[in-house]
Ligand binder design. Structure first.
Ligand code: 4NP
Length: 163
């Protein structure tokens, strides 16, 4: 573990107002339900700085709230090189986000940097950007993120059980 006290997870998309705050809120709720909120640190960030300081996109926030996830406390920030000193898991929503993260990743990073959906068996490996699309896209993000978050929680629970 990079941070010795907690397993730490950073979700990353482009703007940090749609996909990664959704993942942040969903995973946080699942971790709370599992009684592990004191053991797991969670954050999200964007590779771009366009929306720094902004609350999640209203469409993401309302779609999440319909399923019981409150994103209202989240604010966008940009992913930075120092995040690699802090987070055990840095999970990108799409291949471009991953490529942009690799560009700032220190050579000696010892955590897990990869696509979020790689944690789930199946053919869909990217969480599609819903920003310029319709309401269906936001529901699809929630579907993908709920499944992948459960897989991530299972993986971390297995790690915690081994330590
Ligand atoms: P996100 O979605 O990366 O899931 O937060 C986007 C948010 C904003 C923009 C693009 C994608 N934008 O171009 O401003």
């Amino acid at each position: 573990m990079i941070n010795k006290e907690k397993t730490s997870v950073l979700f990353v998309c482009l703007g940090n107002i749609c996909r990664s705050p959704t993942a942040h809120g969903v995973f946080r709720a699942q971790v709370e339900r599992a009684g592990l909120i004191a053991e797991i640190e969670i954050d999200s960030a964007g590779t771009a700085a366009y929306h720094v300081g902004n609350a999640p996109d209203q469409r993401s926030a309302s779609t999440a709230l319909q399923r019981g996830y409150d994103l209202s406390d989240l604010r966008a920030r940009q992913a930075v090189r120092a995040d690699f000193n802090q987070y055990d898991y840095i999970l990108a929503m799409d291949k471009q986000n991953l490529s942009d993260l690799r560009d700032i990743c220190p050579a000696n990073y010892s955590g897990y940097l990869g696509l979020f959906l790689e944690l789930v068996p199946g053919n869909i490996i990217e969480v599609p950007d819903p920003y310029y699309g319709g309401a269906d896209g936001f529901d699809h993000v929630l579907d993908l993120v709920e499944d992948a978050s459960l897989a991530l929680l299972q993986r971390i629970q297995n790690e915690l059980a081994q330590n």
